[in-house]
Design a protein. Structure first.
Ligand code: ADP
Ligand code: NA
Length: 329
């Protein structure tokens, strides 16, 4: 059994919602085992590709660190660190930037979406996916857990891997995406279940955050958009709101959607929301309390990140030395 080298990153742009947790972070936690060599990076360099508030960014990096630890990321089992503390990310990004073309980057959908309404487009935004490729390649990752929306960026990392290996000799392994099995675990907005739950949604009631108190969770779930049928049935196409409640409930409780539907066959959707709220609270509240505890001791968080950086730096320096020799630097 070959060791999987897992790499994934998360931007410190704000607290995590339950979609991030159920769709991504919970898998990150599961990947920490003896068969895998696991690296998780808080990608703060990616967060300055759009204008940032410096104090807020620093604070968010610590909050994300606290959140990941509270969700079960174990610094003894994974390498957890801040991207900007390892200068080799920027160095490899530059080298990869020199072997990619403008044409290759211009058509990437995320760049197109983010830059569409901008008058002045930052160069960093354009380089965003090259930095992402550098993150992955620096640790010679073989497995990259990503959301579906990141697949095009992973394609770029793969073509840069091939191109570099072809031009300078075999250096980087081909990596593969680990996409969550099916779209059924995609959590929807509570206010508009035709859209995914996203922290960029301007309506704060659309997301349950893992930092929400029980009262706040109850309030948001009570106001979740459902429909005018009172029974609780799972039909994502015609009843996306109720299906979303069932999906979240099933994912936090470990019960199947069918067994939940059987359990609540005499309950209307209004009362069912209270049951879902309780299930979410039972799962999230202990995480919220742990986050608060971690945040009481920022020095401890910095120590954890520094220890992670020390581990990451060993690998990063080795890769960049090899790369520089091959490139002639
Ligand atoms: P957001 O849209 O809230 O900004 P990101 O794009 O930063 O989320 O995604 C971070 C991670 O969380 C990705 O791996 C993504 O697949 C996952 N994720 C984001 N939103 C959801 C969702 N609604 N349901 C399931 N997973 C999600
Ligand atoms: Na491990």
């Amino acid at each position: 059994n070959e060791v999987k080298k897992v790499f994934s990153g998360i931007q410190p742009t704000g607290d995590l919602h339950i979609g991030n947790y159920l769709g991504a972070i919970r898998r990150w936690v599961d990947l920490q085992n003896d068969e895998n060599d696991v690296t998780y990076c808080i990608v703060d360099l990616h967060s300055i590709t759009l204008p940032q508030n410096p104090l807020e960014l620093r604070n968010n990096s610590l909050r994300i660190c606290a959140s990941l630890l509270a969700c079960g990321i174990d610094p003894n089992k994974s390498t957890l660190f801040l991207q900007s503390s390892i200068k080799e990310h920027s160095e490899l990004c530059w080298i990869l930037g020199c072997i990619t073309t403008m044409a290759r980057l211009t058509h990437l959908p995320q760049y197109k979406d983010k830059s569409a309404a901008m008058k002045e487009i930052p160069l960093g935004l354009y380089l965003y996916p090259v930095l992402q490729a550098a993150d992955i390649m620096l640790y010679k990752a073989t497995h990259v857990p990503v959301g579906e929306d990141q697949l095009q960026h992973l394609q770029l990392a793969l073509s840069l891997t091939k191109l570099f290996n072809h031009r300078f000799g075999k250096t980087f392994p081909m990596c593969q995406a680990m996409v969550a099995e099916d779209a059924s675990c995609r959590i929807k907005s509570l206010r508009d279940p035709s859209k995914k739950m996203s922290k960029s949604d301007p309506d704060p009631k659309s997301c349950v955050m893992i930092t929400d108190t029980p009262e706040v969770i109850k309030g948001k779930v009570k106001k979740a958009i459902t429909d005018c049928t009172s029974e609780v049935t799972f039909d994502p196409l015609t009843r996306p709101g109720v299906a979303n409640l069932l999906t979240m409930h099933s994912m936090v409780s470990g019960k199947s959607v069918q067994s939940i539907c059987d359990e609540v066959k005499d309950v209307d959707t209004g009362k069912y929301k209270l049951i879902v709220a309780d299930a979410l609270i039972e799962h999230i509240n202990p995480i919220r309390i742990k986050i608060e505890d971690y945040l009481k001791n920022p020095d401890h968080l910095c120590n954890i990140l520094n220890q992670g950086s020390d581990k990451a730096r060993e690998v990063a320096e080795k890769t960049i030395n090899e790369v520089k020799i091959k490139v002639g630097l």
